[in-house]
Each structure stands twice: as C-alpha cells, then as structure tokens.
Design a protein around this ligand. Structure first.
Ligand code: UDP
Length: 360
C-alpha cells in the first residue's frame, strides 16, 4: 500500500518518528514536509536525532495568516497527491498542515487517516480545534490516543472506523528515553547564542500558545511566577514568541529564568524527566510530564488532556502569577498504575488496523 504522510510542525515530527519506523516495514511511505516549522532547531534536529526519514517533498510554506498558509498548503499538497496517487493520506495532530492535507485528499477521494483524533478543547477560538474537527469529519479512519478522545468522536457520530490505539507520544517517550539518558542535555544555547550551563535543580517551562503569548501581560505574569521559585527555570523560547520575550527581558526582572533557544527532543524529554516540576501550555509537554510522573501546571483555561488532570497530577491555572504559585505549592498524588495512554505500541496497532481496513 502506498501512503502519503504530511507533517509540518515539531510535535508531528515526533509522532512521525514512531509512525514511519513501523509503517515502512509494510508500506511505501512518501513523506511531505510543509515547512510550517523550518528553523534548524524546530525541524532538522528532530529528523537527525530521531532518525526520521528524509522528506520526499519540502514545500517551504510558513508564516502568514492561518487562511493564506492553509490555502498555499492545500494547493501544493493537491499537486503532490495527483502526482503520487497514494492509496491513503496519513496526518497527525491538529496543525494547519494537518487540515490542509486532509482537505486536499478528501476532495480527490483519497481516504484520510487521522492520528491523534478526537481531542476537543470545546472552543472554536482555538485554531487547533478547528483543524481537529474538520480533519476528523473528513477522515476515513480515525485513531484516538485515549478513551475520552474516542468518546468525543462517538458523540459526534464518528464511532464507525474510529479506534483507540494509545498515544504515539507515549511510544516516542518510552523509545527515546533510553537514548535521552545517554545523550545528556546537549548544547543548550541562550537567545544570544552562548552556551548555557544546566543547573543541578531546575523547573522546566514551555509556553507558546497564542492564548498566553499574544498579550505580553499574560506571559509577564507566568514569568513572574517562575522567577519567584526556589530553583531556576529553563524556558526554551518558541520562535513565534521571540520578539515578545526579548521585549520582556528588557525589564531585567527575570534573573531566575534561563531563556534558551528551542532544544531537540532528547534534551526536552531529559528536562521533563529531571525537572522539579513543569509549567507548560503544550499538549505534548503535559503528557510527557504525566509519562515521567511529574507534577505539571498547565497554563490554560480548558482541559486538553483530561486524563492527566486526575488526582491533581496536572493542574490548570490562569496566566496569573499568584494562581500559578499557589497551584505549584499544592499537594499532588501520582498513581503509577494509572496509564491511560496505551502500552507504548500505538504505531504497531495503527499499522495492523490500516492493513485490515484497506485489505492489502
Ligand atoms: N519540545 C522540544 N524542544 C523544545 C520544546 C518542546 O523538543 O524546545 C518537545 C516537547 O518535549 C514535546 C513537543 O516538543 O515533545 C511538544 O511540541 P509543541 O509544544 O510545539 O506542540 P504541542 O504539543 O503543544 O502541540
């Protein structure tokens, strides 16, 4: 069977690392990189350290409004699909690359396979929610990471051809943790390009969603909280927040925060595993905190991964300094037996289901 897989953003490279390794044992895969994330430390480093196959096509489409980016991707992917004539298209997650590829394929009557299907924020103000809903509803085959995601699909009348397989991010976390242990933290650089010494004790923070960073005051509140903690915070700054962070840094009020360039996956999961606690608005990092048995504060108004919230293991907070500090101080309970993200073999399960559904 011939598959075209479309990726474009950091979390998709991570999922494709586990997906491609398994799928390519049985199927022909053409990999398309839209270019949505293109900096060396947002893209190349993942392909190199996770052994992701080289993309067959690189579209170089990044930036601009959601509409223009999605439109350009749709046109370019349509051309590739017409040329490659795959049996199915495979997409991960919820970015503009995901939705553009799904729309291009469904209009050409090419079946769409959506991995990480069914997650819902329950607000159309989130651009990712729009991408998820559209992609799920035009997909032929949907793979949910968790029971709650599968239930959301059932509520939307999408039970047929929807399967609970577990979370490829958990597959990746288990597989690459061994590598991360031996790799160490690598060469961590500050925003001026100088090498940074990683402290013995630290908190790990990632924060890049537009809900928290479009308004600099919200990001200031989060940084103020981190600055008051009993150990430094390592904060890799996403390219979309560079300018805001540089402005806030001028205030010279955040001496306890190490602002660094985005790090590779092995360093990032190394930080998750060794941090005292984690503060994030990333869907991936809050799950990784869960996988590593760490307390996490998610700075968002809505539950993204409800399974992580159980027992206060992951706590939601508004972008408010006092609230974040209060929540960081609260008790947490971690039940090591509770594992709602599968068994680390979601890619193998997906591959078997693809095989039986397409009768290859
Ligand atoms: N991550 C990384 N380097 C960083 C920050 C995050 O490799 O500097 C990893 C992180 O460990 C997780 C993934 O990127 O695996 C999450 O991606 P992101 O936060 O961009 O997207 P989201 O999960 O919110 O969709």
């Amino acid at each position: 069977m011939k598959l075209v897989t479309v990726v474009g953003a950091r979390p998709q490279f991570i999922k494709a690392a586990v997906g491609s390794r398994v799928l390519r044992k049985e199927h022909q895969e053409i990999l398309v990189h839209t270019g949505q994330h293109h900096d060396a430390n947002m893209s190349d480093v993942f392909f190199a350290e996770m052994d992701i196959p080289r993309p067959d096509y690189n579209l170089g489409i990044a930036g601009g409004t959601h509409g223009s980016m999605t439109g350009k991707m749709l046109m370019a992917i349509e051309e590739i699909l017409l040329q490659e004539k795959p049996d199915a298209l495979l997409v991960y997650g919820d970015t503009n690359s995901t939705m553009a590829a799904a729309l291009a394929a469904v209009k050409l009557h090419i079946p769409v396979i959506h991995v990480e299907s069914g997650n819902r924020f329950h607000t159309l103000e989130s651009p990712e929610e729009v991408n998820r809903i559209v992609t799920d509803h035009v997909s032929t085959l949907r793979f949910a990471c968790t029971r709650s995601a599968l239930e959301s699909l059932c509520k939307e009348d999408l039970a047929e051809n929807s399967y609970l397989v577990g979370d490829p991010m958990f597959d990746a976390f288990l597989y690459y943790s061994r590598k991360a242990e031996t790799a160490g933290f690598g060469d961590v650089r500050d925003l001026e390009g100088s090498s940074v010494q990683v402290p013995r004790e630290f908190y790990y923070m990632t924060c890049h969603r537009q809900e928290n960073t479009d308004d600099p005051e919200k990001l200031r509140q989060i940084l103020m909280a981190m600055n008051r903690l009993d150990a430094p915070t390592i904060y890799p700054v996403h390219p979309r927040n560079h300018r805001t962070v540089q402005q806030l840094k001028q205030e010279n009020a955040f001496g306890n925060i190490l602002f660094v360039e985005p790090v590779g996956y092995l360093s990032s999961i190394g930080f998750v595993r060794q941090a005292k606690k984690i503060v994030t608005d990333s869907g991936g990092v809050q799950r990784e905190a869960f996988f590593a048995g760490k307390k996490c504060i998610t700075v968002l108004d809505f539950e993204v991964w409800p399974e992580t919230i159980r027992d206060g293991r992951n706590v939601l907070a508004k972008p408010c300094c006092e609230e974040i500090l209060t929540k960081l101080g609260q008790e947490q309970h971690i039940d090591p037996a509770y594992q709602p993200f599968g068994d680390g073999h979601s890619a193998e399960k997906m591959c078997r289901i693809i095989h039986s559904c397409f009768e290859v």
